[in-house]
Design a protein around this ligand. Structure first.
Ligand SMILES: [Mn+2]
Length: 473
């Protein structure tokens, strides 16, 4: 098809090519976003606000292949794709500490992965690896950087301003966006209303429950529940449209092996190296891993990648301050009640128990103070804060309320959450006493989750619904 003349400038692509080395690729992306090229409009590729490995790499991989062959995606108005980490408060310099598993995955992808047994553990070697990870992660782009870097493309910088700093006026064009690993856009610093006004969802690939936000005509529109990792769906999509084909000679185009290693990491982490039960690992996850595994180049060990990435993820809490631990895997929701009032619910997921958190906070009183601070810090005053912990095969569910509606919601939640099989939690009298004092007797409750296959995916709708119910007479 002949392209209309006026589009020609926008279609001239800034040095992307199929199979290109990831280092060159990353610097090209930064060039498009931060050096005022002729490309005024781009399509963002954005993962969900928990910003886990699956979200990061789904966005990265999709954009890597899309950018290399714009003819395959010419249905999009702005066929330059920019993967962005959905982290409005995080600078890229902090990623090595906040998401150490990103560092391991990206270093393994770029440099090849040294088997665990051969990894030098001298302080020097450990530091050299960390320096390498820092420099690679420093090339990624977070929402924080888009909103705050003076050089960001004006169209993008505007779109991510907090609502009070967003200037209306000058005809604002919507920014096109492809969602991965979620299917209703959520950006902590932009209200839902502003998201609708500023962004046009033009594509989506996701493995969560359909929320009916993405327009029917969006392309791609792949929303499929019951798949272990969104990255699996991204890989399947790219293969289906013949953008990602099996390579015989990896030496010619190093990017293929690199992107294959990168893409494997989240699928292995999310499916527990393909050993997870039920929905957490599907046949499709297995098929795509088989494809990727054959594409990584020779001296690469899949199990090793899984263990090293996973260990980094699970040891990462040690490096974090309490507020960062709550924020690490956090989702929030605004609920409109019948009387028109809007109340916030936030749920943090942490992979350590309260006992560990008390120790890490250096005391039970400190833990409760930190918890209250997180829920009430002014930017996002919560009516209800949920804290889900997990360690070994036990999970705790804690609900803390900061208002009358929240208090009522706890009772409604407890009565309606049959499927979670909540069980009495009576582990720590000293902690309970602190909670009574600082949150209030009757304003909090902690249980053991009886059905440990359940997670925030089930808890969040139950808790949101409980809060809604409080305004019904
Ligand atoms: Mn996911």
């Amino acid at each position: 098809m002949q392209l209309p003349l006026e589009d020609e400038d926008d279609m001239r692509l800034p040095g992307f090519s199929l199979g290109q080395d990831l280092t060159t690729y990353l610097s090209q992306i930064r060039k498009v976003v931060f050096s005022q090229t002729e490309h005024k409009h781009v399509t963002l590729v954005l993962g969900n606000p928990s910003c886990d490995l699956d979200s990061f790499i789904s966005a990265f991989t999709l954009s890597y292949f899309y950018n290399s062959r714009p003819d395959a995606t010419k249905h999009h108005k702005a066929p330059i794709y920019v993967p962005v980490l959905n982290l409005p408060y995080v600078e890229t310099e902090d990623l090595w500490r906040l998401r150490p598993e990103f560092g391991v995955a990206i270093r393994g992808a770029f440099d090849g992965l040294t088997p665990q047994a051969k990894l030098e553990q001298t302080q020097e070697a450990v530091e050299a690896r960390r320096r390498r990870e820092k420099s690679l992660l420093g090339q990624l782009i977070t929402l924080h950087e888009l909103a705050n870097n003076e050089k960001t493309l004006p169209s993008l910088r505007q779109a991510f301003q907090t609502s009070d700093r967003y200037r209306h006026g000058e005809s604002q064009e919507k920014v096109d966006i492809i969602l991965v690993d979620h299917n209703a856009p959520a950006i902590e610093t932009v209200t839902d209303e502003d998201i609708r006004a500023r962004f046009e969802v033009v594509g989506c690939i996701d493995h969560h429950v359909e929320e009916n936000y993405v327009p029917k005509q969006a392309t791609p529109r792949v929303i499929r529940f019951g798949i272990g990792s969104c990255t699996t769906l991204v890989t399947e999509h790219l293969r289906k449209i013949n953008l990602w084909t099996a390579q015989q000679n990896h030496k010619k185009l190093p990017g293929y092996a690199q992107i294959s290693r990168l893409t494997l990491a989240p699928i292995l982490v999310d499916t527990w190296d393909l050993k997870a039960p039920g929905d957490k690992c599907s046949d499709l996850d297995r098929d795509e891993v088989a494809f990727l595994d054959a594409q990584t180049g020779d001296e690469f060990d899949r199990e090793d990648l899984f263990h090293q990435t996973n260990t980094a993820k699970y040891e990462s809490l040690n490096l974090l301050r309490m507020q960062e631990i709550f924020a690490r895997d956090y989702k929030s929701y605004a609920e409109e009640l019948e009387d028109g009032s809007i109340l916030n619910v936030g749920i943090a997921s942490v992979f350590e128990h309260l006992e560990w958190l008390s120790k890490h906070a250096k005391g039970r009183q400190q833990l409760v103070q930190e918890l209250v601070k997180y829920a009430q810090d002014g930017e996002k005053v919560l009516e209800v804060f949920g804290l889900l912990t997990k360690s070994g095969d036990r999970k705790e569910v804690g609900i803390f309320s900061f208002g009358e509606a929240g208090k009522k919601a706890i009772t409604i939640f407890e009565n309606s959450a049959k499927e979670l099989q909540l069980k009495k939690w009576n582990e720590d009298d000293a902690l309970s006493k602190q909670l009574d004092e600082l949150v209030g007797a009757g304003s909090w409750k902690i249980w053991w989750m009886g059905d440990i296959s359940k997670s925030r995916k089930q808890v969040a709708p139950l808790l949101r619904n409980a809060l809604k119910q409080t305004s019904k007479s």
